[in-house]
Design a protein around this ligand. Structure first.
Ligand SMILES: O=C(O)CCC(=O)C(=O)O
Length: 190
């Protein structure tokens, strides 16, 4: 089931922010289990932002954003086990899979959040795939002196797309997850 809630108009079904798309079950339960099994063998490291370690563990493939230099550097080739998921994410988003040249794998232990942010401008469109457990995916943007808000439950196996204003104007965040969650964030590199 898909549920959405806008905090400014609670209870009402509201249009998605322009450029945001969501689709449940782009990956079957079996495909998810296979991907999660492979992810759990990867050498994930605590997310390090200017010396502050987040509660998430991550690994980047393809291109990686270097927070010290503010540039993209080549990490390692995207592992072959991620390519079918990338193909499905790309088909959902109507993007050539070869343009999704970064794959960021993130582990959220129970209680781990990600704060409000926009992805770096070095990247283009962003397609996120959720695995293993659901999270609340929140978006917000300034509207005069208030925030315009939108949230959606991102189910395991689902994908979302950030493009257009949803990518350039809206920030996004995930409050602390209840159960172990993985995500694969495919980002377009021009
Ligand atoms: O886990 C997710 O789906 C969101 C990831 C994200 O926003 C990020 O890494 O910048």
């Amino acid at each position: 089931m898909t549920s959405t809630q806008g905090d400014l108009f609670p209870g009402g079904d509201r249009p998605l922010p322009e450029g945001f798309r969501y689709k449940p079950m782009i990956l079957s339960d079996t495909a998810q289990s296979e991907v999660v099994e492979e992810i759990q063998r990867l050498p994930l490291k605590p997310f390090d932002f200017h010396g502050f370690e987040g509660k998430r563990r991550v690994i980047s493939y393809g291109w990686k954003y270097d927070f010290e230099t503010g540039r993209l550097t080549f990490a390692a080739a995207i592992p072959t086990f991620l390519l079918p998921t990338r193909a499905m994410a790309a088909a959902f988003a109507d993007i050539d899979p070869d343009r999704l040249r970064q794959a960021l794998v993130t582990e959220y232990a129970p209680g781990a959040p990600i704060g409000w942010h926009k992805d770096k401008k070095a990247f283009g469109r962003v397609v996120g795939v959720s695995l293993l457990s659901a999270c609340t995916f929140r978006l917000r943007r300034r509207s005069g002196s208030k925030w315009e808000r939108f949230s959606i439950v991102a189910e395991p196996g689902s994908a979302y797309l950030l493009s257009g204003p949803a990518r350039s104007e809206w920030e996004h965040s995930i409050p602390p997850v209840e159960r172990l969650r993985y995500s694969i964030t495919f980002r377009e590199v021009m």
